[in-house]
Design a protein around this ligand. Structure first.
Ligand code: SF4
Ligand code: FES
Length: 239
């Protein structure tokens, strides 16, 4: 089937503004958009820039806005976004992060926010036995957030960041939840200044866009609301 990839291009050395460029190509309905992009780069314009690594939805490096929605290019098939002969499929970089070139964004702020929630196990207590024992129920309490691949799709889809660029964002909150709800972790008080903050969990307005676009089907909004409840409970406990 003939399709057109309309790709948002931006080369900071020559462009003052991003521009959309059309790349017509023949594609199978079952072809991945990532493969179509690679073919455009190989066959039509070698300067086209985008990130990818694993090609299988694991590394999170090829999140971009395809047909107006945040998706992983390696997990999006042509048939997901184009049905008719000649269909135009728009491809653009994620929002709220500076574009380095074409579909590549500068992820520095995204990862600064990720690091701000202390996304690691905090526990200074001596280990009683050889390991910190955890029941299956306790392990299940933080299973969902462990699927996060830090792709940034939820961050780009969140309308709150439009008005509040300081918002730590859904991905960082999911990563915080990975440890907040881990029975072995003691770091909640140290994370409170970031989480219990107008730019922390409370900035979430429950738009659910994050949950809709997450390629790992993490219940992002539900997780953020669980953090809000944990903050309230902790503050009641210390009152
Ligand atoms: S929560 Fe989902 S959408 Fe957000 S960074 Fe993690 S995997 Fe990507
Ligand atoms: S290339 Fe790794 S998630 Fe798509």
């Amino acid at each position: 089937m003939r399709i057109v990839l309309r790709i948002r291009r931006f080369d900071p050395s020559i462009d003052r503004e991003p521009r959309d460029v059309d790349y017509p190509l023949d594609a199978e309905l079952t072809e991945r958009i990532l493969d179509a992009l690679i073919r455009v780069k190989d066959e039509q314009d070698g300067s086209l820039s985008f990130r990818r690594s694993c090609g299988h939805g694991v590394c999170g490096s090829d999140a971009m806005i395809i047909a107006g929605v945040e998706r992983l290019a390696c997990k999006t098939l042509v048939k997901d976004v184009a049905r008719d002969e000649g269909a135009v499929v728009t491809v653009a970089p994620l929002r709220y992060l500076p574009v380095q070139r074409d579909l590549m964004v500068d992820q520095s702020v995204f990862f600064q926010k990720f690091r701000s929630v202390k996304p690691f196990l905090v526990n200074d207590e001596p280990v009683a036995e050889r390991e910190r024992i955890q029941s299956q129920v306790e392990r299940a309490a933080f299973d969902d957030p462990t699927s996060c691949i830090l792709c940034g799709a939820c961050y780009s889809a969140c309308p709150v960041l439009e008005a509040k660029p300081g918002y730590v964002g859904p991905a960082a909150l999911v990563q915080a939840a990975r440890f907040v709800f881990d029975s072995r972790d003691r770091g909640f008080p140290r994370r409170m200044s970031v989480l219990d903050n107008p730019d922390g969990a409370w900035a979430c307005d429950n738009h659910f866009n994050c949950t809709r676009v997450c390629p790992r089907e993490i219940k992002v909004t539900k997780t953020i609301n669980a953090i809000k409840r944990a903050i309230t409970k902790a503050k009641k406990g210390s009152a």
